[in-house]
Structures are given as C-alpha cells and as structure tokens.
Write a protein that binds this ligand. Structure first.
Ligand code: HEC
Ligand code: HEC
Ligand code: HEC
Length: 197
C-alpha cells in the first residue's frame, strides 16, 4: 500500500473505532440520581403515600436503639450506629456508591431510605424534556426504559436489589410475596392517564 493510501485507511479506522467507542461509553454510562424531590413535583399522590411506608423510613432502622430485639436475634449490636456502615447502607438508602447517589445523611438527605429511584432507576436522563415530561406526557414507555426507567417494578426488581440473602433479616423459608408487598411497601397506585405504547 502506498503511504498516502495507508494513512487514509488508518484515518478511516481511527474515526470508525472512535465513534464505536463513544457509543459504547454512552450505553454503559450510569445515569445519576436526582433525589425524591425531583419526582415529587409531578407525582405528588405517589409521593404522599410513599412517605408513609416502611421503605421511606428504612434508614432509621440503622440508628442505635432501633429494633433492638430484632437486631439482637440477628446477631447485630443494638447499640451500634449502622448509619455509616457500608455493609448496611446500600439497601437502606438510594443509590449508595453510584453517581449522584446517597453519601451521608448530612450531604444527601433526599436519598435516605428506599426512595423512588431505588425501585424505578436513576432519573437524570429519563426526566429530560424529550422523555418523561409535562411537555411530553405521551412518552413511549420503551424509550424511557432505554434511558434508565424501571417500570413496571417486579418481584425480581425487589429480590435482586434488596430482598435477598445479603440482608441480615432475610428469611429463606419466607419467600418474598410481591403482590402483598406491592400493596404494603411501595405507594398507593393510580392508573396512568396517557398512552405510552
Ligand atoms: C416533569 C414531570 C415529571 C417528573 C419530574 C417525573 N415524572 Fe414520572 N411521569 C410523568 C408523566 C406525565 C407520566 C405519565 C402519567 C400518566 O400517563 O398518567 C409519568 C409516569 C411515570 C411512571 C409510569 C411509567 C409507565 O409508563 O409505566 C413512573 C414509574 C414514573 N413516572 C416515575 C418517576 C420517577 C421515579 C421520577 C423521579 C426520578 C419521575 N417519574 C419524575 C411526569 C414526570
Ligand atoms: C441486601 C440488602 C440489605 C442489607 C445489606 C441490609 N439490609 Fe437491613 N433490611 C433489608 C430488607 C429487605 C429488610 C426488610 C425485611 C423484610 O421485611 O422482609 C431489612 C430490614 C432491616 C431491619 C428491620 C428488621 C425487623 O425485623 O424489624 C433492620 C433493623 C435492618 N434491616 C438493619 C440492617 C443492618 C444493621 C444492616 C447492616 C449490618 C442491614 N440491615 C443490611 C435489606 C438489607
Ligand atoms: C419499593 C419500590 C418502589 C418505590 C420506592 C417507589 N415505587 Fe413507584 N412503583 C412501584 C411498583 C411495584 C409499581 C407498580 C408496578 C405495577 O404496575 O405492577 C409502581 C408504580 C409507579 C407509578 C405508576 C402509577 C402508579 O401509581 O402505580 C408511578 C408514577 C410511580 N410508581 C412513581 C413513584 C414515585 C414518584 C416514587 C417515589 C415517591 C415511587 N414510585 C417509589 C414500586 C416502587
């Protein structure tokens, strides 16, 4: 190959792999957490009922003195402060260790407990104007799911994230009952008004 042709070919390969890489990066980029208030403004009804659930209060369980008996029987120290313990925080807060996720009670108070994005996925991208937005109420579900929304949340979502053997309170003999937990542990459910197909 003549030197000139060679450099054109190399140039083309360079450009091609360059675009391939940037697409790859985009696909594997993690979306970041925006916090519960970022959902509250458009989903006030879900927010109000979620606030009352155990999920919203899950962080408090890590405080000293909370559920002393349960902690003792699970071999934990009831007087210990587990609120900064990386063995516990991932399932009792939202997005711990991930971009925009929970850091500490002081720095990220909006991400304590099992918040909206723990179940529905980090919202930085899917809440943009071209996706789930008041200007675009008929977004396509498929498109918002591609950019991080988890909907519908299923039993598998719950067991893969938290309700599994990594929890000190996991009971092997009590299988996770999604339909019961959906009523008790998420928020009240309202039918969607718009088309998303
Ligand atoms: C700017 C307004 C807005 C914001 C902010 C917003 N949403 Fe939505 N969301 C909507 C609209 C509009 C719908 C469609 C409602 C309908 O069809 O009745 C929707 C629908 C949904 C659905 C149902 C999805 C489906 O089609 O199955 C979920 C789940 C959801 N939002 C979660 C969230 C979460 C979690 C956040 C915060 C990270 C959030 N939303 C932030 C406007 C918003
Ligand atoms: C893999 C996720 C996960 C991890 C890690 C985890 N938990 Fe939990 N924790 C859960 C789940 C899920 C429940 C609710 C269990 C249920 O009701 O089915 C729970 C419940 C609890 C409860 C209430 C128990 C009761 O019966 O009242 C306490 C207290 C608690 N966790 C403390 C901790 C502490 C302390 C740590 C760290 C040593 C920890 N958790 C680590 C997922 C986790
Ligand atoms: C513990 C998990 C969990 C958390 C936390 C959670 N959701 Fe959901 N969400 C669900 C489940 C489960 C469904 C129903 C899926 C189905 O249709 O079977 C749902 C459905 C929805 C829907 C569809 C309409 C409806 O009312 O069912 C919206 C909108 C929604 N969630 C928004 C939110 C917002 C906003 C928050 C935070 C304030 C939130 N969710 C927190 C699990 C959760």
């Amino acid at each position: 190959m003549k030197p000139k042709h060679f450099s054109i070919v190399m140039g083309a390969i360079f450009i091609l792999t360059g675009t391939l890489f940037s697409q790859d990066e985009k696909a594997s980029a993690e979306y970041s957490y925006i916090g519960t208030n970022g959902c509250k403004k458009c989903h006030l009804k879900q927010y109000r009922s979620w606030e009352e659930t155990k999920m919203a209060q899950a962080f408090d369980l890590l405080k000293p003195g909370e559920r002393a008996e349960a902690k003792k029987s699970a071999g934990l120290d009831p007087e210990k402060d587990y609120t900064k313990d990386s063995e516990c925080v991932p399932c009792h807060t939202t997005g711990y260790g991930k971009p925009g996720g929970f850091v500490s009670l002081e720095k990220t108070p909006e991400l304590v407990g099992v918040g909206c994005e723990m179940c529905h996925g980090a919202g930085s991208e899917y809440t943009k104007e071209q996706y789930m937005h008041l200007k675009n109420k008929e977004y396509k579900l498929e498109e918002v799911v591609k950019v991080g929304l988890v909907s519908p949340v299923t039993g598998e979502t719950c067991t893969s994230l938290c309700h599994n053997e990594k929890s000190p309170f996991f009971k092997k003999d009590q299988p996770f009952d999604f339909s019961q937990r959906k009523d008790e542990g998420t928020h009240e459910h309202f039918s969607l008004k718009y088309k998303h197909e």
